[in-house]
Design a protein around this ligand. Sequence first.
Ligand SMILES: [Zn+2]
Length: 151
Amino acid sequence: MVWRERNNRLFTDKKKPPEQVAKDIKAVVMLRMEGHDPATCVFCGNGQDSHDHLFFMCSYTREVWQRVKHEVGLHGFPELWSDILILLADNRGPRRKVQKLALVGSVYFIWMERNRRLFRDLSVAPIQLYKQIMEAVWTRLAWRKVVTKAR
Ligand SMILES: [Zn+2]
């Protein structure tokens, strides 16, 4: 149960920059999936429950990405973790902050939803997951503004 609690704090720890959150999530995912026999994907039932399928190839995941990316004005699908890490390292553009959080939040919520389905037999539709992601993103952004003002 310890790992689950740690999982829960990956995105909600507001002091952690998006780059670090992404690295931490990647480490957790690698650890959980390493040597794990790829079963059928819990989202689509077609692909394998592998790291690449789960985050980048699955039809469920792609629908979530599509909605999130449309909302924050990001174009093109990330196909690999390295794409995400490159985007996170790029500070140009006024919307970068929200785009970074949206990317990291998507990865985080996709991972949590996979675990919810796998271990608790609970599920939400892509549109609901998208809403959870954006709510968490706006919450983190609002918190940031409060902190900046207080300084
Ligand atoms: Zn799938």
